[in-house]
Design a protein around this ligand. Structure first.
Ligand code: MN
Length: 742
């Protein structure tokens, strides 16, 4: 790493020039004369723009863009464009240089990358508020859609800042280090930049947990000689066989990162001495194309001839690479002295991709295996974009889901057509459905898994073949979020409920407006504020929502009382409660009591919503058919109430024997996954267990799903609820709800 250098006005220029030459040398691809000229121009422009600026350490500022460019070229393997962009990455933000000038001189590609970098700079640095940070982070990831190099250069920028963090103040150090651990290291991991990810993690641990960091670092140093001796003994028989077999290879025995050792100590609650896999042996074989895979397995068999492998710890990321492109064969074997040793086997190409990640794929773009991996990262980026571009998704929630996904392991599952899909481990049927398409997720009722039916919360395993079953009648349930693990599924489910809440609010508003209209009180924001205060609610929309969802009992909502307005006694259907109570006792023939003057009118139950005792109801005076009783949440009701307010009359259920006989017609909708005896299970519960009369039943089954309507007679809503509950409890494959015919 950089040696400390004394800066004097005399040697400064020499140092800058030397660093510039180092950058040029580190570009591994062929540079044309034209490229060289552009690089020189970018360098001169940056040098001039930053000429009066110094870093906190006192060194000339230009050394920072130079270092970023070198990391891009040397450690990530990026090319000329990224070097030019690295030189200029801080100019638009910190100097007089405009984006237009950059566009004029270097073209659109460079200008767009610089624009992205400028927009995301200070994402975390200027705001304390985590939600603003999250929103900015979302914007930052959106730049992925223009050019992934924005993120790669940003990571190089962050890495250099972390390497030189010592010169910052304590407060900035902690802030920058925690952002690095929180966002940048996971991002590097996801893009397959293992070397950079590991260094970022170790550097942030160094500043966030200096004591633990130093402890592990010292212990690693103390045990170094002993460890090297062990590694030497371990690899001796292996190298002998590899040589005999004629392999060209390299073996590295490296300690694991301080961060990962510390993690292990914390997770397993063990002291340093008990962390058995302090190091991993890596065998990198020099072979090409078809040969790569078979050579890795040959070497595996050599290793396991000498040391017994732990069968639970074989990881074959050669046949099925990780989504970030990682390919390698990992095994853990029992070494001398009864110690477990992890051995990683891979080809030279796989190793370079493992170290340099995304960018290294381009180098191998003619290699079919590497091309497949590149497109899998592209697919991941496309998925991230899709989630991000949804304007409704909440940035903070997104960030949490997204971060969750960055580090998780993967499983591989197949579609019915045999297409392979990657999902995070612990993904469920529902995650898979959302992965295919949001609409399929929202309508998913289960799946055929290897030809067996499973519910939506079934956790998938490697190699499962999954056929999603959907129903148009399906809608997301509140508990869905408890068992999905992918960011996409979580975001889509949340959006659905947000939309549902919005719709409910619109309904709640109509209810309230009608109350105001009937009470002849102007519908003003002052009045609304008084009501919100009365219920201690945060907003008007929450009031609407609670009214629509019946969290606030609309029949008890007395706006005159809350607003302290004299009741308008001339309005017949808005009698205050006290007047109602004084009414003469009803005879036991009627199940419904209508408002004061209409009490003798003939009434009947509306067919559209089939009210049963316990429902909120109202009467509607029809032409020629007397009074029709509707449920207040009947979809027809909203229209009736708003258009014909004067024909609405109050109605409530009488407390009498008639209403206890169980002769109110209602209907339920059942649907789910077909399995043997499901219909008789349902009918048994209805007629035998609960002794409810069924009027009619129609159930049809198709492609493993069934759906149907059952008309039956119940006493009241409680009775109906207990029925629905009993059926739901009988099988996770059935969903039941009360049927609304309109
Ligand atoms: Mn910078």
């Amino acid at each position: 790493m950089n040696k400390p250098v004394e800066f004097t006005p005399e040697n400064e220029n020499a140092i800058i020039l030397k660093e510039y030459r180092n950058v040029l040398k580190s570009i591994k691809r062929n540079i044309t004369k034209e490229d060289k000229k552009l690089i020189r121009e970018a360098f001169t422009m940056a040098l001039d723009a930053h000429k009066n600026m110094r870093r906190k350490s006192g060194e000339p500022y230009i050394l920072h863009p130079l270092a970023v460019a070198r990391i891009c070229a040397e450690e990530i393997g990026l090319g000329v464009t990224s070097v030019i962009c690295s030189f200029l990455h801080d100019t638009v933000e910190d100097t007089d240089i405009s984006l237009d000038l950059i566009r004029l001189k270097f073209g659109d590609k460079v200008a767009n990358i610089i624009d992205g970098l400028t927009k995301i700079s200070g994402v975390f640095d200027q705001h304390e508020d985590r939600s603003i940070q999250a929103e900015n982070f979302r914007k930052m990831l959106l730049t992925l859609s223009s050019d992934v190099r924005v993120i790669l250069i940003k990571l190089a920028d962050r890495l250099h800042n972390m390497r030189t963090l010592d010169s910052m103040s304590e407060r900035s150090r902690l802030k920058i280090a925690s952002e690095t651990a929180y966002v940048y290291a996971p991002l590097a991991h996801r893009l397959g930049l293992y070397a950079i990810k590991t260094e970022l993690e170790d550097l942030s641990t160094k500043y966030l947990e200096p004591e633990s960091y130093n402890y592990v670092k010292n212990r690693l140093n103390e045990t170094k000689i002993q460890r090297n001796r062990y590694i030497k003994t371990f690899i001796e028989p292996i190298t002998k066989d590899l040589d005999e077999a004629g392999f060209v290879y390299e073996i590295k025995g490296r300690p694991k990162s301080i961060h990962s050792i510390l993690n292990k100590m914390k997770k397993q609650n063990i002291p340093f001495d008990e962390v058995y896999d302090l190091f991993a042996i890596r065998i990198i074989v020099d072979s090409f194309g078809e040969q790569e895979k078979s050579d890795c397995w040959k070497i595996y068999s050599i290793v396991t001839t000498h040391y017994k492998p732990n069968p639970d710890r074989l990881r074959d990321w050669i046949s099925n690479p990780k989504a970030n492109g990682y390919e390698s064969l990992h095994t853990t074997v029992m070494g001398p002295k009864g110690r477990w040793v992890e051995v990683q086997i891979r080809s030279k190409r796989m190793d370079e991709i493992a170290e340099k990640g995304y960018a290294a794929h381009w180098k191998y773009k003619d290699n079919p295996q590497a091309a497949k991996q590149t497109s899998s990262i592209e697919a991941w980026l496309a998925k991230v974009r899709e989630i991000l571009e949804n304007p409704d998704s909440n940035a903070l929630e997104f960030l949490d889901d997204f971060k969750l996904e960055l580090y998780t392991d993967e499983i591989f599952v197949f579609t019915p057509k045999g297409e392979l899909r990657k999902l995070p481990s612990k993904a469920t049927v529902l995650d898979f459905a959302f992965d295919i398409h949001s609409d399929i997720g929202l309508k998913c009722i289960g799946a055929k898994l290897n030809n067996k039916l499973v519910p939506i919360n079934h956790v998938l395993n490697n190699g499962d073949q999954v056929e999603i079953l959907t129903s148009n009648k399906q809608n997301p349930h509140e508990d869905w979020n408890d068992f999905v693990v992918t960011a996409k599924a979580k975001a889509k489910i949340r959006d659905f409920f947000k939309q549902a809440k919005l719709r409910a609010s619109a309904m709640g508003k109509e209810i309230l407006e009608r109350k105001f209209k009937n009470a002849k009180i102007p519908f003003t924001s002052d009045a609304l504020n008084t009501i919100i205060k009365h219920y201690k609610l945060p907003s008007v929309s929450e009031l609407y929502y609670q009214l629509a969802s019946e969290k606030i009992d609309r029949t008890r909502l007395n706006i005159q009382e809350i607003l302290k307005v004299e009741p308008n006694t001339t309005t017949e259907n808005q009698q205050p409660e006290s007047v109602q109570k004084n009414k003469p006792k009803q005879t036991a023939i009627d199940s419904v009591i209508l408002g004061e003057n209409e009490k003798d009118m003939a009434y009947s139950f509306a067919n559209c919503c089939n009210p049963i005792p316990g429902d909120d109801i109202f009467g509607f005076v029809t032409v020629g058919e007397g009074v029709k009783i509707h449920r207040t949440n009947c979809t027809n009701a909203i229209g009736l109430m708003s258009n014909y307010g004067y024909r609405i009359i109050k109605a409530r259920w009488a407390k009498n024997e008639l209403n206890n006989t169980g002769s109110f017609l209602t209907s339920i909708r059942v649907e789910g996954i077909d399995s043997v005896g499901i219909v008789s299970t349902i009918t048994d519960i209805i007629s035998k267990q609960l002794q409810i009369n069924m009027r009619s039943i129609s159930i049809s089954s198709n492609e493993g799903k069934f759906e149907g309507n059952i008309f039956l007679e119940v006493k009241d809503t409680k009775h109906l609820d207990s029925l629905i509950h009993a059926i739901t409890a009988a099988s996770p494959l059935i969903s039941v709800h009360r049927l609304d015919l309109n």
